[in-house]
Ligand binder design. Structure first.
Ligand SMILES: [Zn+2]
Length: 426
């Protein structure tokens, strides 16, 4: 990490000079040098890996707020300037005997639309700025123990992309308004985006789409993955049309649920996209540093994303949301089990005993059984469910094809349903 620190320092001093020269809104195209210097600042050892509730994370939030101010972005009503403060309560931390709650903040801003008749509708562009800090618990390199995980790609890259998009849209506003949302708490279970959708600064009914940037700094062989294209009828053609020459090799995937912040929005019925330049060997390791970022490639991703956001924000009609009946994801929740229910758990630690669902996959066993977003599962297959972990234990004790009884609370009423468990990867 010593090398990273030295290079990070050099990049920081350069970025400080450049920021005084560059007037926000000059330069009509994404700037690879600025992307790199922003990533270098966020992924510097001095941010200590930006873990939620730490000084490094708070320092990154304060820096993002200053960047919003220098871009001339507006604050949202009801928040503390650009900061949306809350106490993150993580089921993961609570289970591990960690702190009950972590005081933290999303960093939000508003870019008002230029069309008075469409300005009351919003496109949310989002990226999480938190990372793992020094914690080995969800790292892929626990042997590195308390080494700083700087998260240059995950997700300083998306954070920098968001700043660049904010600059481009401040220079040339869209017809609809844009909410810029830097989320905290993602690595602890999408806590910042879950807080945002549960305490929205603008009405969620007026949000026509959420576009998420998580890990966009490693474009290789021109290959970009865009998740969520089936979540609105118009998205496949919008994404394809935005891929102008020189074209990227785009893999468009339908599903709107995935392990990042767009899931929180899709669970509320909002069309989503997630831009992603794919996994790599440095993922969740101390080696995810700025030296391995492909800034020129990221600038191409941002250019395409700008066209997508403009198309969505400028079109006369809102998008038409679709509930995607996507196949069960391959990735199992636990090694050795392929049992599948299709529930999207809320990973924050609530007051209620049980597991709250933030959503349910269309066509999944949970959907067929009548479970819905907001339901709290308190019993599964005869086992009491007190939290996320009790739920996993109860579910993974069963096998695909088995019928199990689920007891759940909906609006305080206790109900029972029965469900035939499915198989992952089918
Ligand atoms: Zn991550």
């Amino acid at each position: 990490m010593r090398l990273g620190r030295t290079i990070g320092f050099a990049a920081l001093s350069m970025s400080a000079c450049r920021m005084t020269e560059a007037v926000p809104g000059t330069g009509a195209t994404p700037d690879a040098r600025r992307l790199r210097s922003d990533i270098a600042w966020l992924a510097d050892d001095r941010r200590d890996g930006r873990a939620t509730g730490t000084a490094g994370n708070d320092s990154a939030a304060a820096w993002l707020a200053r960047r919003h101010a220098s871009l001339g972005l507006r604050t949202l009503p009801g928040e503390d300037g650009y900061l949306q403060r809350f106490v993150a309560r993580s089921a993961q931390l609570a289970h591990a005997g960690g702190p009950e709650g972590l005081a933290t903040q999303n960093v939000l801003a508003l870019l008002p639309g230029r069309d008075p008749s469409l300005r009351g509708e919003f496109v949310v562009i989002g990226a999480h700025f938190d990372h793992l800090g020094r914690s080995p618990s969800s790292a892929m390199d626990p042997e590195a123990r308390d080494a700083i995980r700087n998260g240059a790609d995950d997700n300083a890259s998306g954070t920098a992309a968001l700043l660049e998009l904010a600059r481009l849209f401040a220079a040339r506003p869209a017809r609809r308004s844009i909410v810029v949302a830097h989320f905290t708490g993602e690595e602890l279970g999408l806590l910042g985006s879950q807080w945002f959708v549960d305490h929205p600064p603008v009405s969620l009914d007026s949000v026509t789409a959420m576009i998420n940037f998580d890990m966009v700094g490693r474009l290789r062989n021109e290959k970009l993955i865009v998740y969520g294209v089936a979540t609105a009828r118009e998205l496949p053609s919008i994404v394809d049309s935005a891929n102008t020459a020189p074209r990227l090799s785009v893999s468009a995937v339908g599903d709107g649920f995935g392990p990042s912040d767009h899931s929180s929005f899709y669970a509320k019925g909002i069309p989503v996209l997630h831009f992603f330049t794919d996994l790599h060997d440095d993922y969740h390791r101390a080696s995810d540093d700025v030296e391995r970022i492909e800034a020129e490639g990221e600038a191409r991703v941002v250019a395409m994303a700008e066209r997508v956001v403009r198309a969505i924000a400028d079109r006369p009609m809102r998008l038409t949301p679709v509930r995607v009946a996507a196949p069960a994801p391959m990735a199992g929740g636990r090694t050795g089990s392929n049992v599948y229910l299709g529930s999207i758990p809320d990973m924050s630690a609530g007051d209620a005993k049980g597991l709250r669902l933030s959503g349910v996959r269309a066509g999944s066993p949970a959907d067929v059984a009548g479970l819905r977003a907001g339901d709290v599962i308190v019993e599964l297959g005869g086992r009491a469910v007190k939290d996320l972990y009790g739920y996993s234990d109860a579910l993974y004790a069963r096998s695909p094809g088995e019928r199990v009884v689920i007891v759940y609370l909906r609006g305080g009423t206790r109900s029972t349903t029965s469900v035939i468990l499915g198989t992952r990867g089918k």
